[in-house]
Design a protein. Structure first.
Length: 256
């Protein structure tokens, strides 16, 4: 009898499903080159620079590109920083156009034309911060890390809770310079469970369903990681709200 493993039965399957949804795979051995051989680098910087130029119709060496990268890197390593990053993903940041002599919104993601964006993902990504940690999988849109995936063996008693604690506890504590960016995170085993980063409450952590079923990894992954839906998750279903002078972050549960 073949033993169930996290790598073969979850991670390798997700790689196939994501490629089937037209996400471009960056093998772990190639990833260093995409990150400038820097484990502290959260972005795919060359991709991000190209996409900022393309989406905003700027020349490749436009000084606004480097200014925006500096602004991204200076975001607080907190819930507030994650909210500011989401504003960027929603094209709510502005930059000054010296020719028109006024501010314009910066396009980080084209929500109207899927084909103008780039969609990449990788596995076993090492991140150096207060500690050195390895992330199972990361999804990038236009070179920006938008989603974190933790894969767990289906043989665990509660793989969802183990992945939840890893993201909300370990990663938020030890690699906050990276965790300030991803908006949702996913724990994959025989099911998909998902929630917002920077919310330590399990009440905000849900089981993903498709066709009223929360099992069957292939169907669950194909619906959750479908590219247009994943962009809607960023634009329409992520909510920050304030109550009693405190900010809380939730993912609204799409109708399933």
């Amino acid at each position: 009898m073949t033993r169930i493993t996290e790598k073969r039965d979850v991670q390798d399957r997700l790689i196939n499903y994501l490629q089937g949804q037209q996400w471009t795979f960056i093998p772990r051995y190639d990833l260093a080159g995409w990150r400038g051989n820097d484990e502290r680098e959260p972005f795919l910087p060359d991709v991000l620079r190209r996409q900022l130029a393309r989406l905003n119709r700027w020349p490749p060496n436009d000084p606004r590109i480097d200014a925006l990268l500096r602004r991204l890197r200076l975001l607080p390593t907190t819930l507030e920083g994650n909210e500011q990053f989401l504003h960027a993903l929603r094209n709510q940041w502005t930059t000054y156009d010296p020719v028109a002599q006024r501010e314009f919104n910066v396009i980080f993601i084209d929500y109207d034309d899927l084909t103008t964006n780039t969609f990449h993902f990788t596995e076993e990504m090492w991140v150096l911060d207060k500690d050195r940690r390895r992330l199972d999988m990361v999804l990038f849109v236009n070179g920006l890390p938008v989603t974190l995936i933790e894969n767990k063996s289906p043989r665990l008693e509660d793989p969802g809770k183990e992945g939840f604690d890893q993201v909300q506890g370990t990663y938020t504590t030890w690699i906050p310079n990276f965790v300030r960016f991803p908006v949702p995170f996913v724990v994959a085993a025989s099911r998909l469970e998902y929630g917002p980063t920077w919310n330590p409450s399990v009440k905000a952590f849900y089981k993903w369903k498709t066709n009223d079923r929360d099992y069957g990894l292939e169907a669950l992954a194909n619906s959750f990681f479908e590219r247009s839906f994943h962009l809607r998750l960023l634009r329409d279903y992520t909510l920050f709200y304030r109550i009693d002078d405190a900010t809380q972050k939730y993912l609204r549960r799409p109708h399933q």
